[in-house]
Design a protein around this ligand. Sequence first.
Ligand SMILES: NC(=O)NCCC(=O)O
Length: 385
Amino acid sequence: MAACELESLEEALEAHLPEAELREVRRLLFGRDTEKLDLPASAVEAAHERHFELKGCRFDAAQEQLRPPRRVRVGLIQHRIVLPTDAPVLEQVTAMHNRVAEMAEVAATCGVNILCFQETWPMPFAFCTREKEPWTEFAESAEDGITTRFCQELAKKYNMVIISPILERDELRSTLWNTAVIISNSGNVLGKSRKNHIPRIGDFNESTYYMEGNTGHAVFQTQFGRVAVNICYGRHHPLNWFLYSLNGAEIIFNPSATVGALSEPMWPIEARNAAIANHCFTCAINRVGTEHFKSEFTSGDGKKAHHDFGHFYGSSYVAAPDGSRTPGLSRTRDGLLVVEMDLNLNRQISDRWSFKMTGRYEEYAEELADAVRPDFQPHVVREKI
Ligand SMILES: NC(=O)NCCC(=O)O
C-alpha cells in the first residue's frame, strides 16, 4: 500500500483489532476517550454533498463549585488546493476562498466559535521551488488584503473568531512574512502573529521567501478565550509553545504544512506534548494532497529533480492538557474537525500536575542567559585522572 493510500491510523486499528484490544490500544495511544459530539443532520448532509469529512468530539471537565463551565467550540479545516498550481494566481485564490466558504458554513451550523485554517491556506505550498514568481504574488496585506476581507465577512456573518494563516506582504517595509491573522467575531482584525522559526530542512526552502517573525509570543483575548498561534515548524520548539502559554494562552493553534516522509511519526506527539507540558489545549492542522509544480527542483541530496513535495498527510487533531486527544482527520481528504472543550480543564490539570509551579524558571533563565553568551562554557563534570 502506498503511504498516501492509508486513510487514518484510527481506521486501520478499528479494521484490524478486536473490540476489547482496540479499547486498550486506544487508551494507551490516545488517552482518555473523547466523547463523540452530536452534530446537526443538516451539517452532516452538507459535508457529504460537498465531499469533505466532518468529525465532532468533546472534552469535558469536572463541574466546579465556584466557576461555571467555559465551553468553547473550535473548528479546524484541512484541505487540498483546488486548481492546478499553474492556474492564474487570482483564480487559485478565489477557488480556495470558495472551497473554504462552503466548509466554514458547515462549521457555523455546528456552532463553532473559533475557526482556524491551515498554514498559508489560500496558496499552494510553493516554497520548495525556490522560484520567486509567481509565488510572491500570493502575498497580501494582513490588514486589508483580499483574504483578510473575505475572512472578515465570514467572521461577522457567523459570529466566529477566524484564524487565517497567509503569506503576508508588509508593503511599507517591503518584507514578506508567514503570518496568522486573528479576526475577532466582530469582524475587526484583532492582530497578527508571525511565524517565529523558519525551517531549514528538506524541500522547505522557506527562508527564500520570508523572514523570521518579529511579533513575539502574542496572545489574543477573544470573546471565547485567549488564543495564540504557533505556526508549523515552531511546533518542534518546546520553548516557543511555552512562551505562548506563559502569556496566558488557553488554546494554541498550530497551522502547518508538512509531508509524510519527513515528519509524520513526530506529528501526533509534538502538539500533544505541548498541551500536556503547558496545561492548555493545542490544535494541529495540516493540509492534504500532493501539489505538482511545473518546474523541477532538487533537494540538495544528490537525488533526481522532481515536481512535488510529496504527500501532505492532513491528520489534524486537538490535544487536551490531560494528555488525551481527538482522533485525527483523514490523511487524504478535506475535512472539518469540530471540538467542544471546557477551558476549565486547563486549571484543573494545572492544579493536579503543577508543572507551572514546579518549573524552575529562575534557574533556567540564568542558565539560558549564560548559554547564549559567546564565552559560554558547558557545565560538564569530568573524572580527575
Ligand atoms: N511549513 C513548515 O514549516 N514545514 C516544515 C516541516 C515540518 O516542520 O514538519
